[in-house]
Design a protein. Sequence first.
Length: 164
Amino acid sequence: MKKIGIVYFLLFIALSSFTIHKFYIAIYQVNFVSEKKRIEITSRIFVDDLNAALEQRFKVKTHIGEDSETPDDRLKMNQYLLEHFKIKVNGVPKSIVFISKEMESNVVVGYYKINEISSIKSLSVENTSLMEVYSDQQNIIQTNFNGKKQSLLLTADNTNGVLK
């Protein structure tokens, strides 16, 4: 349990304190809310990394997190993330629904959900976000379902994992 606390502390410092960073990391929290029969997802991605990935993917400059951000920028962000972040519940691919986003310093916090989930026996996650831009990108997936907290570290060499 101490290790998890230390990891959370280091990630919090990493995501909230530095304006310029030489490491590439994003965090995705995936929680099953049985009372609501849904999965709730929160993503935390450095805004400059996300804009770089969007520019590379769509060949236009985007302005996520800036005063000049447009509805089209948000559409591109959602399209990109849904192309690169996929979840299967009990072996079945599920549609992820965008709810909203906000900025916390230099981090884009995105809120998503997956509806109509009555139970989870296995959760398969594939995440290739930002990896085409940064070969050393790390995507941390933290989950909480069936009373159990688990995590995955996804990299360019290992872009998916299954939790039970």
